[in-house]
Every structure is written in structure tokens, then in C-alpha cells.
Design a protein around this ligand. Sequence first.
Ligand SMILES: NC(=O)c1ccc[n+]([C@@H]2O[C@H](COP(=O)([O-])OP(=O)(O)OC[C@H]3O[C@@H](n4cnc5c(N)ncnc54)[C@H](OP(=O)(O)O)[C@@H]3O)[C@@H](O)[C@H]2O)c1
Length: 325
Amino acid sequence: MVRKKAFVTGGSGFVGANLVRELAAQKWDVTVFHRPGSDLWRLKGLPLKLKQGSFEDPASVEAAMPKGVDAVFHMAAKVSFWRGDDRLMERDNVEATKAMVDAALKRKARRFIHTSTVSVYGFSDKRINEIFPHDGLNSHIGYLRTKAQAEEVVREGVKRGLDAVILNPSNVVGPFKRDSLARSMLSLKPGMTLKAPPGATSFAHSVEVAKAHVAAVKRGKKGENYILAGADADWVEVYSAIPKVVGVEAKVKVFPKILLQVGAQAFQALSLVTRKAPFVTPELVEWLSAKMTYDSRKAVKELGYKVRPLKDMLKDLWESLPQKE
Ligand SMILES: NC(=O)c1ccc[n+]([C@@H]2O[C@H](COP(=O)([O-])OP(=O)(O)OC[C@H]3O[C@@H](n4cnc5c(N)ncnc54)[C@H](OP(=O)(O)O)[C@@H]3O)[C@@H](O)[C@H]2O)c1
């Protein structure tokens, strides 16, 4: 049997590591495109080809992409809620997507699966679905704006003949995540009090997000968006589930928004001196304090996407952490 060829960007990251494993499990021939200096620890031991290059050098992208590749998965992006990274996000999210779209058109890629985010829809107290306006385009938050602009680049590509599908995951949790949630799990001691942000959102299992990406190659409709979300929870529920998964007794309290805002302003001011990303920013506080829900029914119906309980995601994340490996 001839193996299908996949060209993946962002494979060294959290969601990408789940995607390349799913592709390998489904016997795809996988090429991961990464930049010099990428830490490839998540890809150790996997049967894949590595190609090095830079989105700023479109010729390197084109040269790395196999001609007539069955599917390009463009997942690489700069994820940041610090305005000091806005220029970097224009480069890594918008200009990089332009380089990918151009290369995919030139190399006659059969399908282009673009990883976007639900944040492109901006803030709303209604349950967001795929027909909502992309308010992120006008957002003052660089991540929302540049990811929404990247989608526009993909839609321009569709007009030029690109066979693209756009996937919009919500907050992804699962194996290989290494963020504050993972750190909270690792540092949890009996009797501790965990502090949760005040908002609520929807959570997606990284393995199901990866499966939906692969399913989109066959089943996704050209030029359309698919929201991958599902398990709705507020942050208190998320943090309350952690002690159970880790197996220790601990309490959870909401971190009052006003205190987060004051702290974020102080960290922001400090970052003007240090020029380093603040621990918490006003933009992140705004995002984590919002109460948002998303509708995944289209992806469930058309891509076979599965909504999994939050406790499964947290358990799978916990089991992937270093002390458990
Ligand atoms: N995690 C979530 O909850 C979530 C939710 C919705 C959407 N998403 C989307 O899912 C995708 C992956 O997110 P993630 O959470 O896995 O992020 P991540 O762990 O930070 O991974 C980002 C990936 O993008 C690569 N990348 C960034 N800039 C690059 C550049 N200039 N050149 C080459 N590679 C570059 C990184 O490579 P290096 O290893 O070299 O840094 C890494 O492989 C993103 O498109 C993100 O917007 C994520």
C-alpha cells in the first residue's frame, strides 16, 4: 500500500506532537518542518523525516515540501498574550502562513489543513459557532488578531485554488502540554490551595484534536471552519479536578479578577525594564476571565470529532509528565 505523505509545521510543539503521533499511527509518511534551534524532545523515537528551514526564507519552505504532498498541516504559530510579542506574531502567524500557502500552491499540495483557534471569534457571551463573525480581526490582543489574519491569508489561498480546511480548537489539554496547568500538577503538595482564574471556557482533548486534523483531510469541506471544543468548564472546575487526578488533598480558590488585573499591570510595567515576557499580562487576564462557550456539533457530525470529559484530558496530561515517563 502506498503511504500518504504529510508535511507538518509546528510538530515540535504540544498539539503538533499529538498530531504527528496520530499520523504515524495511521501509517502516514510524515515530514516535520522546523526551524534551526527547535527543541525536538517531543518527537524522539518517532518514524518521521525532519526538514529544517525558515518561513522567512520561502524558498526553504518550498524546497522542503514534497511535490504533490497529500496533506500539509500548518500548525506552527507563536502563542502569546503579551503585546511585546505582537510583531513576532505578525511574522510567525501571518507572514508564515502566507509563505506556507504560496508553497502549497506551487508544490500542488492536495489538501491544506490550517490550525487556527476559537480565539479568532473574539469575545461573546453567546455560544460561538462557525457562522460567528471573526471579531478577532479587530482585537487589541495580538494573538486573536494575527490568528484571525492568518485565516484570511488561507481564505485568499482558497480563492487562488488552495484546497484548505480551517480547524479552530478551543483550549487544548492532553499529553505533551507543558504550561501552568502542567506545572500546577507537578508542584501540587497536600494541603496546598490552588488559585484558579475567574473565567470559563471549553476544553478539547489533544488526541481528539489530532484525530480531527487527520479526518479533515478526507472529510473537511474546502474553505470551511470547524470548531474543536466541547467540554465546557470554568477554571475552578478545572483546578478542582487536578488534586483528584494527582491523588492529593488540596483546596481551590478563585483568584479575584481585580487582583489579577493589578498584578498584570505591575508585571507589564516591569517588562518595560526587563524586556522579558511578563508572568501575567492584562490581555491574558482579560482572556482567562471571560466566560466563553463554543459549539462543536459541525466537527462532531462531519469530521467524527469526539468531545471527551475534562478528567480524561487531565489524566492523560498527568500521565505524560516527566515523573510518570
Ligand atoms: N494549545 C492550545 O490550547 C491551542 C488552542 C487553540 C489553537 N491552538 C493552535 O495550535 C497550534 C499549536 O499550538 P501549541 O499549543 O502546540 O503551541 P506550542 O507548543 O507553542 O507549539 C508551537 C509550534 O510552532 C512552532 N513555531 C512557532 N514559530 C515558528 C517559526 N517562526 N518557525 C517554525 N516553527 C515555529 C514551534 O516551533 P519551536 O519548537 O521551534 O518553537 C512549535 O513547534 C497553534 O497554531 C495554536 O494557535 C492551540
